[in-house]
Ligand binder design. Structure first.
Ligand code: ADP
Ligand code: MG
Length: 691
């Protein structure tokens, strides 16, 4: 008899290969499957007469086939006509096989789920999901909403759905483990775990997501609450642990820091001064610093990090900087060579793309202490990298690194007798209340003002059909010695598709802008190609750089003063703001042109107005949160906030004060359950004892 505690391979269809993939995502027991929630639902509960079916949104309809033929004009397509008592409707398929065509026999009945669209020429449903039906009895909608699961690494959604269905069956005779005491759930007015899971996987049709009292909304809140709590407790433990370990107190080198600051070509802003003082205060202590440095794009975080590194190095210890991409590591390398070269500090770069022999040489120099500062990507913290005496780790653009990485870093430190100090930098402004919960393990410094003298970027919003004038503008700017970025549409979260789209755009622009030199950069290129391209752009050998959103974080080319962003209506505010921050880095007036495709939804319209009207990252972050409607495609993914499995920091922000309160109660009075909860949600090795 299967129970929810049975191993995953006891389910039908789970062989060694699938087991391995599931284990890799933290799914070991049947119960774990139940925590993979649908990310959205489709309503196929109502079967519409064709005449009444809504247009431009998905609907379920059915009809008798009266005609089917392949059309050859325009793009080859399969056209099927169906009708019910109320109306006729055409179905159209662009991708189809011959056997599919044969299936659509006249007078057979088909039930379809898809979107009916109308343009000036025709009304039709394109590529519906469909199923043939044999009897009138089947002519009805589903009983529950249809859950849609996202695929997880290498496992198709269909397969996943099947496994989850099996798990739900097991749940009929075996209860999931409730880790909250009844009293707490009652006080919070939240359902128990079993009810929450059943409802979320098989929701009743009358769900209203905008109603906070709706059963299903409460069920989701129940799980979000547990997840937020588990994470919060994990972070608090992490902080406690840090307070009980020792780090090297970095006492020396104050004069070197002062000299260095005086040697800079600019004066530090008051906000930068405040931040670096807070950091140096921490470094002075025998406890490892765990501090986050927040500051908008261009606010000058790097120089603050440099001061911290200089302090570490002046104490005869090593510092390391980890960047999210090779491009950024390369750029930091340049800045630090520029700043530290004259000081006889040895700086080196370590990335994944380097040759074995070079890597070996670098590693030996890091190990014997010849290198003072090592800059790299996550390759920095892979096995085989041994530091002689690392005292400070700087992590740049932290939103790419989650809690699990922070824990992994600490583990790396365990090998050393002393923990390194950690400085985590992010350009994502995080409202205070969210930061307390999401970064409960970190102290915080904020750079809230840009350096003086920056010209604010002028942002212009233009519909796609006027792109010709935009291209002329790019041409003129480049002829006048300026440089520009052209950011390609965000089509899908697939690097391949993005790369193809960027390549097409590149070919086209290169052609019409002849003889201007145009470059291309996208995520599918080799790192060496990307770096090379970036260097050509930086050295102004390339005037226009066509790019996907790979340029999003941190890249600095002061001479670039114009940016075009295509399909801006599909991007989140925070992402647009990050992209726009690539220009306006020099002393010229910079412009950002947002191209959009009509028609604009109300939210997209407002989003574009916000980005046009303000350059203030904190304001934009706030608006980004307010403007994410419930049905929106953009998840937290684009806000730069930490990702959770079920919870959403913005949507669930109202739970955070309760999370903080209940955490103490759980830790003090229910330690066993608390431990299980942290393990359930940490999705990684059982590291609870350590953190
Ligand atoms: P970010 O915070 O986005 O990482 P950077 O550290 O890359 O920003 O800084 C952006 C640019 O501003 C760099 O060229 C840097 O040298 C310059 N900069 C930093 N601080 C100041 C300052 N106080 N005055 C003038 N320019 C500065
Ligand atoms: Mg930066």
């Amino acid at each position: 008899m299967l129970t929810l505690n049975s191993e995953i391979e006891t389910l039908k269809g789970v062989g060694p290969a699938l087991k391995k993939k599931l284990n890799a995502c933290g799914v070991n027991l049947i119960e774990d499957l139940l925590f993979l929630l649908p990310y959205r639902y489709e309503d196929r509960t109502k079967l519409y007469p064709i005449a009444d079916a809504p247009h431009n949104e998905r609907a379920l309809i059915a009809g008798r086939i009266t005609d089917s033929k392949i059309l050859f004009y325009g793009r080859r397509s399969l056209s099927i006509t169906i009708e019910d008592e109320t109306k006729k409707l055409k179905l159209r398929f662009f991708y189809f096989s011959n056997s599919q065509f044969q299936q659509f026999k006249n007078n057979s009945h088909v039930i379809c789920y898809g979107t009916i669209r109308t343009d000036s020429k025709r009304t039709e449903m394109i590529h519906p999901e469909y199923r043939f039906i044999n009897s009138k009895k089947e002519l009805k909608g589903d009983e529950t909403l249809t859950p849609i699961y996202s695929a997880i690494d290498g496992i198709q959604t269909g397969r996943l759905k099947n496994l989850i269905r099996q798990a739900l069956n097991v749940m009929k005779t075996s209860k999931p483990q409730e880790l909250f005491p009844k009293k707490i759930l009652n006080d919070l007015k939240l359902p128990n775990l079993e009810n929450a899971l059943i409802n979320l996987h098989q929701p009743p049709p009358q769900t209203d997501w905008s109603n906070t009292e709706d059963t299903l909304v409460k069920c989701r809140e129940r799980l979000s609450f547990e997840e937020l709590l588990a994470n919060y407790i994990r972070l608090r433990k992490l902080k406690l642990l840090a307070q009980n370990t020792t780090a090297t107190a970095l006492k020396d080198g104050n004069n070197k820091v002062i000299d260095f600051i005086q040697s800079l070509k600019f004066n530090l802003t008051p906000a930068q001064k405040k931040a670096y003082k807070e950091i140096l205060d921490d470094l002075d202590k025998k406890r490892p610093m765990m501090r986050m440095l927040q500051g908008d794009v261009g606010s000058g975080k790097t120089i603050v990090a440099a001061i911290a590194c200089l302090k570490a190095i002046s104490n005869k210890t090593q510092a390391a900087i980890m960047a999210p991409t090779e491009l950024l590591a390369e750029q930091h390398m340049e800045s630090f060579l520029h700043w530290f070269g004259p000081l006889k500090i040895n700086v080196i770069k370590l990335t994944g793309g380097q040759k074995k022999t070079i890597r070996k040489e670098i590693l030996s120099q890091v190990e014997n202490g010849k290198i003072d500062l090592i800059i790299g990507t996550h390759a920095l913290f892979q096995d085989g990298v041994v530091f002689k005496n690392l005292s400070l780790i700087v992590i740049d653009e932290q939103h790419r690194f989650g809690v699990n990485q922070r824990v992994a870093l600490r583990k790396k430190g365990e090998a050393l007798k002393k923990q390194p100090h950690q400085l985590i930098m992010t350009a994502t402004p995080i409202p205070r209340t969210l930061a307390m919960a999401a970064y409960a393990d970190l102290d915080s410094s904020i750079i809230d003002k840009l350096p003086v003298g920056r010209k604010s970027i002028e942002t212009i919003v233009i519909p796609n059909d006027k792109r010709k004038s935009v291209i002329d503008r790019v041409k003129n700017a480049c002829i006048n010695g300026e440089q520009a970025y052209w950011v390609c549409p965000l089509i899908e979260e697939s690097e391949t598709i993005k790369a193809d789209a960027a390549t097409d755009r590149y070919d086209h622009l290169k052609d019409i802008l002849k003889p201007l030199s145009v470059g291309l950069i996208h995520g599918r290129q080799k790192n060496s190609e990307k770096e090379n391209m970036m260097r050509l752009f930086k050295d102004a050998h390339i005037k226009l750089l066509v790019a996907t959103t790979v340029i999003e974080v941190g890249v600095d080319v002061p001479n670039a003063s114009l940016m075009i962003i295509e399909n801006a209506e599909r991007m989140g505010l925070s992402q647009l703001h990050q992209l726009r921050g690539r220009v306006g880095r020099g002393n010229k007036q910079s412009y950002c042109i947002l191209l959009y495709k009509k028609p604009l939804s109300a939210i997209a319209h407002e989003r574009l107005s916000v980005i046009r009207e303000t350059n203030d990252g904190f304001k934009i972050a706030q608006k980004d949160m307010e403007l994410r409607g419930p049905g929106e495609l953009l998840g937290t993914k684009q806000t730069g906030l930490p990702q959770y499995r079920i919870a959403d920091l913005v949507r669930d922000a109202h739970l955070l004060p309760k999370v903080q309160k209940i955490a103490d109660n759980m830790m003090n009075n229910f330690p066993k359950e608390t431990k299980k909860m942290v393990i359930r949600w940490s999705n990684s090795e059982h590291d609870y004892g350590k953190v």
